[in-house]
Structure formats: C-alpha cells, structure tokens
Design a binder for this molecule. Sequence first.
Ligand SMILES: [Zn+2]
Ligand SMILES: [Zn+2]
Length: 280
Amino acid sequence: MKERFGRLMAILTRSITDSNRLADWLSPLADGCAACGKSVQKHMRSAGTGGLPSLLQRSLCQRCLGSIPWINAIQCSRCGRGTPCEDCARDTKRPFQLNRSAVSYDPMMREWLALYKYRGLERLGPILAEMLVPAYERLAANPGCSWSAITYVPISEIRAEERGFNQAEAMANHIAARFGLPVYSLLERTRHTEKMSFKNRKQRLRDVEGLFAPNAREIRRLLEAESAASGHVSTRIGLLLIDDIFTTGSTAGACARALKEGGSMYGVEVSVYVLSWAHS
Ligand SMILES: [Zn+2]
Ligand SMILES: [Zn+2]
C-alpha cells in the first residue's frame, strides 16, 4: 500500500513538473483534442496549419492535425489515388466520373474512424466530415464537374440498428449544409453483406453486384425539385455521392450504376461524382 502510494506520488510530481502535462490537466476536457484528448490551445501557437478549415484547427491538437495523411498530390486523375493506380487502368469504363478522397487510410485514420463508428465518439463526427472540405473544393474545381444534389452510400438495416447511424449519411449532411445543397436518399441496399475490409477485388466486385437499387420515389422528388427550380425539365443531372472509404471503387461503381439506372427510368442522364473521406 505504502509502496503504491509512493509510486503514485512520484508519477504525480513528475507530471506536475512537466509543464505540458500540467497544461493538459488544467484544460477542460471539452477543449481537448477531439481525437487524443490533449490540450488544443497550447499547440495552437505552433505554425503549419494554415489553409485548413478552422473547425479542424480548433478541435484537434497540433500533433494530430500534423499527422493527418492528406492526399495533396494525386497520381490517378480518375479515382484520386495518391499512388499509381491499377484499378482504373484495368477498368477504364467506371460508372462514376471522378472520385476524390480527403486522406489516405493509414493506421491513424483507421483508428479515428473506429473511434467514431464503433466506440461512439460522436464529437469526431463533424470533424471527420469537415476533413472532406478541401477534397470537395478540389473535386469541384475539375473542369466540367458539377452537381446539384448530394446523396450517400446506404448501409443495411442490420448495420443501422447495430450502429445507430450511417457515417456516410452524416458526412453527406455536413457537406450539404456547408455548401448549401440538398441531400436525397437516392439509394437502397438490397441485402446485408459482411464487412468488405478483408476481401480481394474479385470478391468485392461479386459482393456489390445488384447490392444497390435506386429509390425511385426519392429520385422523382429530386427531379421535380430540379425542374421547379430551373423552370424546365432537365435531361441531365450531376450528383455527388459520399462514402467514408474508397478502396477499389467497387461500391462507388455499384452505387453510380444504380443512380444512372434510376435517372434513366425518368429519361434523365446522371453523372456521378464521388467524394470519399479516405482512400485505402
Ligand atoms: Zn490530438
Ligand atoms: Zn484510380
């Protein structure tokens, strides 16, 4: 007991003499870094965060902010991969126009997404969504890119019950509010599938076959709103599809196909642009 008390005192003394830790202790939890809990203010003085959305600068400590693996230089102009891309070279007729992802799916990003998705760290939600902003702006700057509404990759009912929310939908709502666009739930999942993480490209492609279907009622609602706003019936429309992880693009491709199919039911040609949080 006495020994344990002595050890505790030693730790305490060490901690208090360490000014960084003292700052951590004194800062209220709500002001701590949303990812690691450390104080944000003490790191704010350091440089190197210029150009990032202010929500990120306010909510993350310098170390976390500085470790985000942003994809700034893309190697594949189609899917936005930061490394040379075999998937697009192999599949030149992808049903979506372009994908852009905010970050590379490294172990730290995997951890952040897990904290939010499975361990209920809700505070991370708007931060992960806000991380999409630079990628959104870069995607929108591509010549010919335009969309008038946002949709997202749906999850199965089983998954929704387990988790209580769809992270792609939450990201879509955030981005829609940020850029003043409407969100429509244009897709339905036809069945439940197991997690895709450990599957290879072939298995993924088989898994997504017929996995998504257009939600005809929502598509009609969108088209009616479009023609009411423009005063004429449109025959072409651009949509932005949001997902959390882009791996081979098989999910995005299946969703884009379903959206195009949905549009064609009403004689409308749909172009699908994809914005994803992480590229794995
Ligand atoms: Zn942190
Ligand atoms: Zn690619």
